[in-house]
Design a protein around this ligand. Sequence first.
Ligand code: NDP
Length: 249
Amino acid sequence: MNGTLEGKVALVTGSSRGIGRAIAFELARRGADVVINYRHSAAAAEEAVAAIRAIGRRAEAIRADVSQAEEAAALIDAARRHFGGLHIVVNNAGITRDDLLMRMREEAWEEVLRVDLTAVFHVCKAAIRPLMRQRWGRIINIGSVSGLMGQAGQTNYAAAKAGLIGFSKSLAREVGSRGITVNVVAPGFIPTDMTREVAEEMQQAIKALIPLQRFGRAEEVAHAVAFLASEEAAYITGAVLTVDGGLSM
Ligand code: NDP
């Protein structure tokens, strides 16, 4: 698989840690130059850059809160300037603010919708013209099984992730004639900083529902994203690819 993304420039939002970092590294391993994006974790982002440079690819870390329109637009501009183009956009940045609906504060609703859904609108809007002009592009949005199945305590998050699917399918229809594909990768339970707060009993209850009987690894999500970013996936658009050990089937 090495080299299949050679000559491509990729941007992965929220790639200082967790799944985003694994995606950035996998795209680089397959030959892409990569823009790492982060909001707070500057040191972790620089480490991710160093790991990519160590395998001989170009990488750059750019700070931007992608939930802010101007920062998302500046990120796309900077990414294009750094490496002279942009081909692959992975919207991975995400947060959770879990609570039962009866207790959920409006800020928790707003914040999750802003980072997990509105940010994808901002990033795609800023990137779409250049992608259309070059008549080649891959947009991969990271959803969640919560957006497919629902999850108690995640009305905000599940709404954002379900919304992402409608957004992605609509955009896929808008840009299909320009050689751009838009797909969703929906992971199941992947141990990262995000899942650290999930109570142990809840983790065991979820594991019991997974046909493959284990949690997934960030690298396993990254492989699915890298495939959808490749030339080989040219005829796949508007799809939702679950990487969840069978949890949502
Ligand atoms: P982590 O909490 O480990 O990492 C989140 C990343 O997103 C960090 O790099 C963080 O940057 C970045 N980020 C958060 N908010 C912003 C923002 N406003 N602007 C820019 N970057 C931001 O999460 P995961 O790796 O677990 O999750 C990655 C994606 O996968 C998310 O979309 C999540 O919803 C999805 N997902 C995760 C699952 C799991 O089980 N882990 C399951 C299903 C989906 P910084 O370090 O600077 O804070």
